[in-house]
Ligand binder design. Structure first.
Ligand code: DC
Length: 216
């Protein structure tokens, strides 16, 4: 079973995808980490004319076995750099096959990102599109940073999320929209447990429907 989980920054899609993977015993890929790793690899070329070429080379050379420095990968700096390399078509192209192969491993997988249901796995068994309003997403990110003991400027964070949304939405290579057959889950008023219960209910419902239509 392939489950595609898409949604904007800090919508809770990563936590939900992890929870779904655990629930169904499937491997999980947070595809945002790929873009973050490429962004960090070219941080010293940011705002230079070499940025694009360096990012493409970094994406082609990316060693997916080394996405382990989660502290650096989940930093605010990595978020901004990731959204800048993610608008480069050849960067996306370079990482497409790896994501597709991950999804198609025996037994399936859960992948989360922006274009999983639209571009990477248009044939996924279940597609979820996770939403939450910008204020709720800002508050979640703020608490994640606070839990790490980092100082938080909520006003700046809110604007950073809005700016990143705008860049993601305007991405000409993205496919950053809800796939027509994706199920919308708004987590604005849900805690993690309630959101996961709702996601599991959607997945079970879709799979039961598929089994019934096969048997019919
Ligand atoms: O999901 P995230 O916040 O870790 O994503 C970081 C950036 O990477 C985000 O700005 C959009 C980009 N991204 C993407 O373009 N496609 C994906 N499948 C995943 C992330």
């Amino acid at each position: 079973m392939i489950i595609a989980v898409d949604g904007p920054a800090a919508s809770g899609k990563g936590t939900l995808a992890q929870g779904l993977a655990r629930h169904y015993g499937l491997p999980h890929l947070d595809t945002g980490l790929l873009y973050r790793a490429v962004g960090l690899a070219v941080r010293d070329a940011a705002d230079t004319p070499q940025f694009e070429a360096r990012a493409i080379a970094a994406a082609r050379a990316l060693d997916t076995a080394h996405l382990t420095d989660l502290e650096a990968l989940t930093s605010a700096e990595a978020s901004v750099l990731a959204s800048k390399v993610a608008v480069i078509g050849d960067v996306r192209q370079a990482m497409r096959q790896y994501q597709r192969d991950f999804a198609r491993q025996p037994g399936g997988a859960v992948l989360d990102g922006r274009d999983i249901g639209t571009v990477i796995c248009p044939d996924a068994d279940v597609k979820l599109f996770i939403e939450a309003d910008s204020k709720a997403r800002m508050e979640r990110r703020a608490r994640q940073f606070e839990a790490k003991g980092l100082p938080v400027d909520r006003y700046a964070l809110y604007h950073q999320i809005e700016e990143r949304d705008a860049r993601d939405r305007a991405n000409p290579h993205g496919g950053f929209y809800k796939a027509a057959d994706a199920h919308l889950l708004d987590t604005t008023r849900l805690d993690i447990e309630a959101a996961l219960r709702a996601a599991v209910a959607i997945v079970d419902g879709v799979m039961a429907g598929k089994a019934a239509s096969k048997g019919a």
